[in-house]
Design a protein around this ligand. Structure first.
Ligand code: 2U9
Length: 344
């Protein structure tokens, strides 16, 4: 029996030495130290031994067991260490490698331009006002000196929802609503950016939906020269200090007198070229002194209060500023177009 135990010990230790991974080692542990293993088998046969031999063989069996278990544990530690080192080396990260760029979006060119224009006017004391895109006929037309039957409110030109509701055709109803809220007391000094809708067939210069920024300043003693000063400051900040402005007489139902503002052409410095259609000037916006009827309808006394208003199309401004030749580029969202105006 002693020889058998020594033999088993040697056999087990050889297998421990030969084991190359933890799984193999576990198999050795189960087969030699498990309940059905050969050492347990030897111990079962101890009943046949004499009383003197029994404790000696028992002690030896325990020593063999312990020796195998020690060897197994040591080998296990060693294999675990090797496995951990392998895993760590495989998973090591080189933090000095350059990162992979993640594509990011950004605000739309029009959004950025509108915010830029807002900032310019905020710098001159204006506040930003917004209102609904589905508007009442009253605020969109009636309150702006466009009574029912007026040629400028042709049903063909507007998206009507019901007889009294439509998609706003300009942002002017926001000014009308804001004035009404002031209950006849100035000052009202606001700019109103937003989407507007017209029943147009889309082409290079027309879109059924586009954006506007309109401004309104109503107070005592607001004069045409205030309008000219504000618009001149805006044009120079937006297009460059060397640009000149000029006002030409025009007509809008909601302003009297009305003007259109041009800026001098950057391309030809007033000489005449294709950009300015040989005139040396480029039309930028419309403006005027708020019509007394509009003041009255919004609850302001036209004998005490005067005001100026203006309106512009951010698409047109962007097209001039960046040489964009088709208004549809703003709305078809081709990323090759959009990306050109996206600087992180
Ligand atoms: C109130 C009183 C007056 C707003 C004005 C214009 C002139 C104008 C167009 C230019 C090109 C809009 O983008 S565009 O299509 N606008 O020329 N808008 S004065 O006048 C108002 C508005 C509200 C209560």
């Amino acid at each position: 029996m002693k020889e058998r135990l020594e033999e088993l010990k040697q056999e087990a230790l050889n297998k421990v030495t030969a084991a190359s991974d933890i799984k193999e080692l576990q198999e050795v542990r189960v087969s030699y130290l498990g309940k059905k293993g050969p050492i347990t088998e030897v111990l079962r046969g101890m009943g046949k031994l004499s009383a003197e031999e029994r404790p000696v063989v028992g002690q030896l069996a325990n020593d063999v067991r312990e020796a195998i278990a020690n060897e197994l544990n040591q080998k296990q530690d060693q294999l675990e260490k090797v496995a951990l080192e392998k895993k760590l080396s495989e998973e090591s990260i080189d933090v000095t490698l350059p990162g992979r760029p993640i594509p990011t979006g950004g605000p739309h060119l029009l959004t950025k331009l509108i915010e830029e224009i807002e900032d310019l006017f905020i710098g001159m004391g204006f506040q930003v006002a917004e209102g609904p895109e589905v508007e009442q006929d009253y605020y969109n037309f009636e309150a702006l000196n466009l009574p029912k039957g007026h040629p400028a409110r042709d049903m063909q030109d507007s998206f009507y929802i019901t007889e009294e509701l439509l998609l706003r055709t300009h942002t002017s109803p926001v000014q009308a609503r804001t004035m009404e809220k002031h209950e006849g007391r100035g000052p009202v000094k606001i700019i109103c950016p937003g989407k507007v809708y017209r029943r147009d067939t889309d082409d290079a210069t027309h879109s059924h939906q586009f954006t506007q920024i309109e401004g309104l300043y109503v107070d005592k003693n607001v004069r045409m020269s205030d309008l000219k000063g504000v618009l001149n400051a805006f044009a120079k900040k937006m297009f460059g200090q060397t640009r000149e402005i000029r006002l030409r007489p025009s007509f809008f139902p909601f302003t009297e007198p009305s003007v259109e503002m041009d800026i001098s052409c950057k391309m030809c410095h007033g000489e005449g070229c294709s950009v300015c259609k040989q005139t040396g000037w480029i039309e930028i916006l419309g403006a005027g002194m708020v019509h007394p009827n509009v003041l009255k309808m919004a609850g302001f006394d036209p004998d005490q209060y005067t005001g100026f208003a203006f309106g512009m199309g951010p698409e047109r401004i962007a097209m001039l500023k960046y040489g964009i030749d088709d208004i549809r580029h703003f709305y078809t969202n081709d990323v090759r177009f959009l990306k050109q105006f996206h600087h992180a």
